[in-house]
Write a protein that binds this ligand. Structure first.
Ligand code: GLY
Length: 323
C-alpha cells in the first residue's frame, strides 16, 4: 500500500522528497539538517515543542525530552502522562525511557503521581549508575529530585474508568488496546551536530493488571538509538513489541543496509511471526537513519507519524501489513 502523506502548516520545500529527507554529512563544517519524528497525530504538538530546541542548534536528547514532556502534560491525551487511562484499580502508572547518542539510557516503569516520567528517566540515566527504576523506588527517586506529586487522574479519565469498572465488575485486566486505539508516543530526532536520540512515554494499556509494564520503558523494545546507525520507536500492544524486541530490531535492520521504512516493515513481519493473534492488535514503528531518512510501518492501517524539519511539519499515513 503506498504511503499517503498529509502536508500541514508551511509548505514543505520541494527538495523534501515524498519518502525521505537526506541530510548533509555529519561534520561541524557541514552541519546536518535537524529532524524529529513522533508517533501518531499527537506527535504534531510534541514535535512543535521539540522543534525550537533543534532549530536553535540544541541536542536531539533535549529535543526528544521536550517533545515527550508536551505529550505527558496534555490532560486531553488519554494514553500518555497526565490524564492517561488508569489500570484496573484506578491507578495511573506511567512508563518511559530515553536514550542519547553516547549509548547511555534511562528508564522508569510503573511510576505513579509524577507528570513527566521522561524527565525522571533522564535523571536515572544521568545521575545514577542504573538504567531502570520501577514503582515505589522510581517515585522516591523522583521526589528526592524535586518532582512534584500530583493526582494524574483527570475528571475525564476517572469517569471513563468508573464506567469501565461498572461494566466489567469481574475483570482481571484487559487488553483494551486493539487495532486502532493505542497512542503511546515515541520520538526520534537528529540534531545539527549529527547526533541521534530517542524517547518513549506512555500510560500503557487502559485497565491493565496492576504492575503490568509494556514495551515503552524497555530499551530495545519501545525505543532504541544507536548513534552510528539510526533510532527507532514503537507504539501499540507492548507485549507484541517485546516479543520481537522491536526497536532494536529496526535499528539492526538499518545497520544491515535497509532503509527506515523497509526496516520497519521487516520488524512488523517479525511481530506477525511471533504473535499468532496479530490481526487483533496494532503495532507501529518509526525510524530515523543517521543520514536523516525517515520511515514508518504498522501491522494495521491507521497508523500515522508526525515529521518536523526546517521544511515544515507533516503527518504521514504509514503503510501496513494488513489492508
Ligand atoms: N506500547 C505501550 C504499552 O503497551 O504499554
Amino acid at each position: 500500500m503506498p504511503t499517503r502523506r498529509t502536508f500541514l502548516g508551511t509548505t514543505l520545500a520541494a527538495a523534501a522528497s515524498a519518502t525521505q529527507w537526506t541530510a548533509a554529512a555529519s561534520t561541524n563544517e557541514n552541519p546536518m539538517q535537524p529532524i524529529i519524528l513522533s508517533t501518531w497525530r499527537h506527535g504534531l504538538p510534541a514535535n512543535e515543542a521539540a522543534w525550537p530546541v533543534l532549530a536553535d542548534g540544541g541536542s536531539a536528547l533535549d529535543a526528544v525530552e521536550a517533545g515527550a514532556r508536551q505529550s505527558e502534560s496534555d490532560p486531553d491525551n488519554a494514553t500518555v502522562g497526565l490524564g492517561g487511562r488508569p489500570d484496573r484499580d484506578g491507578n495511573v502508572t506511567l512508563d518511559a525511557c530515553i536514550m542519547g547518542p553516547d549509548g547511555n539510557c534511562g528508564s522508569v516503569a510503573c511510576l505513579t503521581e509524577i507528570e513527566n516520567p521522561i524527565s525522571v528517566a533522564r535523571l536515572v540515566m544521568e545521575q545514577t549508575p542504573h538504567v531502570m527504576l520501577v514503582g515505589q523506588g522510581a517515585l522516591e527517586f523522583a521526589i528526592e529530585r524535586g518532582f512534584p506529586r500530583r493526582d494524574l487522574l483527570t475528571p475525564n479519565s476517572r469517569a471513563e474508568w468508573e464506567k469501565w469498572q461498572a461494566e466489567h465488575p469481574d475483570a482481571v485486566g484487559q487488553r483494551q488496546i486493539n487495532v486502532e486505539n493505542h497512542d503511546t508516543i515515541g520520538l526520534v530526532a537528529l540534531d545539527a551536530a549529527g547526533d541521534l536520540a530517542g524517547a518513549c512515554t506512555t500510560s500503557g494499556l487502559a485497565w491493565k493488571l496492576p504492575g503490568r509494564v509494556g514495551d515503552s520503558p524497555i530499551i530495545g523494545a519501545g525505543m532504541y538509538a544507536d548513534n552510528e546507525v539510526g533510532a527507532a520507536a514503537a507504539t501499540g500492544v507492548g507485549e507484541a513489541v517485546i516479543r520481537a524486541v522491536g526497536s532494536f530490531l529496526v535499528v539492526e535492520l538499518m545497520r544491515q543496509g535497509h532503509g527506515p521504512t523497509d526496516a520497519c516493515r521487516l520488524a512488523c513481519e517479525r511481530v506477525v511471526a511471533k504473535n499468532p493473534d496479530w490481526r487483533e492488535l496494532q503495532v507501529g514503528f518509526i525510524a530515523l537513519s543517521k543520514s536523516g531518512e525517515v520511515g514508518g510501518y504498522a501491522l494495521q492501517p491507521g497508523f500515522q507519524y508526525a515529521v518536523r524539519s526546517a521544511a515544515g511539519e507533516e503527518l504521514v499515513d504509514a503503510a501496513s501489513i494488513a489492508n
